[in-house]
Design a protein around this ligand. Structure first.
Ligand code: PGA
Length: 250
């Protein structure tokens, strides 16, 4: 079954300049088609473009999200950092937290938990990334890894209505390799099981991220339990991004 209320998150990482707004316009025009009435598109450009993209999206169905924030939600001497308050002031509605590229730079589950709480205080919606590395998959400890990331990342968070989970196997990000259907189904089931075990609502939507492209989007989006896609590299190319949206939402 394909989904017509999918969420598509474009994670631009450290790419993009103001002129790229023209790329976004092409995608926005497509979405005007009523066939795509129910889908949601969230652009997560670098901080430098958040405000201009948010302004551009006013009165449209698109919105913006940041890619990270500082854990403190106060103003102060934190040179080079951006907190959730500042992100909120750009008009952004979402924030990606716990991305493996930041975990790789030393971000711990505890820090991610603090960032999630900070962003929730500003009423931002969270795209909380989890996923196992290649070594963890080889050791067959994916379940334990996901459980640790979920239980620590969401510790003491009672209201989960603003949280989306993005399952992104680290070995799949940017590699062109995606999990098999069985593997993905199994990991999605496990994520739901862990959420139940930790007493979190199982209405939390789960997105998939990692090497999504126009060729694999249809198959991935049909997998039971997928509520959306988090797209890195392919989202920088509006033609590919449009193809992904078309193939995943009909
Ligand atoms: P990718 O990145 O689509 O380029 O693999 C996904 C992500 O890191 O969010």
């Amino acid at each position: 079954m394909t989904n017509n209320n999918m969420i598509f998150v474009a994670n631009w990482k450290m790419h993009g300049n103001f002129n790229d707004i023209s790329k976004v316009k092409t995608v926005l025009n497509l979405i005007k088609n009523k066939k795509f009435k129910k889908i949601k598109v969230i652009y997560c450009p670098p901080f430098t473009l958040l405000q201009s993209f948010s302004n551009f999206f006013k009165n449209t169905k698109f919105c913006t999200g940041a890619q990270n924030c500082h854990y403190k939600n106060e103003y102060g001497p934190y040179t080079g950092n951006i907190n959730a308050k500042l992100i909120k002031s750009t008009g952004a509605k979402y924030i990606i937290l716990g991305h493996s590229e930041n975990r790789n730079e030393g971000e711990t589950d505890i820090l991610i938990n603090q960032k999630i709480k900070s962003a929730l205080k500003e009423k931002l919606n969270i795209i909380f990334c989890i996923g196992e590395t290649k070594a963890e998959k080889k050791k067959k400890i994916t379940f334990q890894v996901l459980k640790k990331q979920l239980s620590r990342g969401l510790k003491n968070i009672k209201k989960t209505n603003k949280i989306l989970i993005a399952y992104e196997p680290v070995w799949s990000i940017g590699s062109g390799i995606v999990p098999s259907k069985e593997e993905l189904e199994n990991n999605l089931k496990n994520i739901k099981k862990i959420l139940r075990e930790c007493n979190f609502k199982n209405t939390i939507k789960i997105l998939y991220g990692g090497s999504v492209n126009p060729k694999n989007a249809n198959e991935i989006s049909k997998i039971d339990g997928i509520g959306g896609l988090l797209i890195g590299g392919a989202s920088l190319n509006s033609k590919k991004f449009i193809d992904i949206i078309k193939k995943s939402s009909n």
